[in-house]
Design a protein around this ligand. Structure first.
Ligand code: SF4
Ligand code: SF4
Length: 333
């Protein structure tokens, strides 16, 4: 939620935007216009990477202001297209799973799209997946902020059915929805959202004596949603450390991460390839032997550029499975 009371109108959110050229004075003027809910061309040029939320020194969440105006002026998806996407991900109560478990794994819609990423002992627990568990953060990327908010109460109700104590979130977006957005919307989350990296750590740590140290240098692709939930970054670092994967120090990581740019294609904002090539080359120049992704969407977006440059792309869960011995370690050879 944009915090107008915290915003000092410094303009840094726009003048330091990695995707637009806006100079300092112009940025200040645009921020003032946006606060008055007026139109600006930044609303159609913003690729929704969420970076300005971390750039802002006052934690005012400027992207949330941009997102609300992208919907007001339909600068990304038009109204009818937003409605069509909303219908695509809607569900009815018959589809909600019913079973008793203290801890469940929410797969969002990735069981349908990426089943090969959800194999092995690390995911051996009660699972829920499909439209009733879709987290709706996609709508922050396509100009449908209010649609995102509208459906979250139902998502929480679906997950809370049978009273789990915790919900492990396979996707960074789901974790961000439950740990950041839902409380912002004033919704009670009656279970603990657990990030995938924390879950993987909990499963691997008791086996640390028998884990295979991967002894590999990796570049980490930090997803957009992590801009809202940077507090779990320590789990990522601890997990990489535990499996013997050195996170290389590169230009496009942590607060300076480069969006995978897959959303540019979805929004019809031009060819993302040059940005993806730059991202992959940054990883290679820093000595990485593989690009490790937390978000399956980042994997899909960056794979063509990575393959062209002979850099393997791995899901972070598969790195954990390699350390367990479930997947052969030949990806780095
Ligand atoms: S939202 Fe943050 S970065 Fe943007 S003008 Fe306000 S204080 Fe500055
Ligand atoms: S979300 Fe990304 S592209 Fe949009 S204004 Fe913020 S930093 Fe720029």
């Amino acid at each position: 939620m944009f915090r107008e009371d915290l915003c000092n109108r410094c303009g840094k959110c726009l003048s330091q935007c990695p995707w637009m050229e806006v100079d300092g004075e112009e940025a200040i003027g645009i921020v003032k216009k946006l606060i008055k809910k007026e139109y600006s061309s930044v609303l159609k040029n913003c690729i929704t990477c969420f970076a300005c939320n971390e750039i802002c020194p006052e934690q005012a969440y400027p992207f949330d202001l941009i997102a609300s105006l992208q919907e007001k002026y339909y600068t990304l998806f038009p109204k009818e297209k937003l409605k069509a996407v909303e219908r695509r991900f809607s569900s009815n109560d018959d589809e909600v799973a019913a079973f008793n478990a203290d801890s469940i794994l929410s797969l969002c819609v990735f069981k349908e799209t990426d089943p090969e990423l959800i194999k092995g002992a690390l995911y051996d627990m009660p699972q829920v997946s499909g439209n009733p568990y879709f987290c709706w953060v996609l709508f922050s990327h396509i100009g449908g902020a209010s649609i995102q908010e509208k459906h979250v109460k139902r998502l929480i109700q679906n997950l809370a059915r049978n009273n789990p104590k915790e919900v492990v979130c396979f996707h960074d977006d789901c974790y961000t929805m439950l740990s950041h957005f839902a409380p912002e919307y004033g919704l009670d989350v009656p279970f603990r959202p657990v990030h995938l990296a924390e879950h993987l750590l909990r499963r691997l740590k008791p086996k640390h004596h028998s884990l295979k140290s991967l002894n590999v240098k990796i570049a980490y692709q930090r997803p957009c949603a992590s801009r809202y939930t940077p507090e779990k970054e320590n789990f990522i670092d601890e997990l990489l450390d535990l499996v013997g994967a050195e996170r290389v120090d590169r230009k496009y990581d942590r607060e300076n991460a480069m969006c995978c740019a897959g959303v540019k294609k979805i929004l019809g904002m031009g060819d993302p390839t040059p940005h993806q090539e730059e991202n992959v080359k940054d990883a290679i120049n820093a000595g990485a032997q593989a690009l490790v992704c937390l978000c399956p969407m980042c994997m899909h977006a960056l794979s063509p550029a990575a393959h062209r440059n002979r850099l393997p792309v791995l899901f972070i869960g598969d790195l954990a499975r390699m350390a367990l011995g479930e997947i052969k370690v030949n990806a780095f050879n």
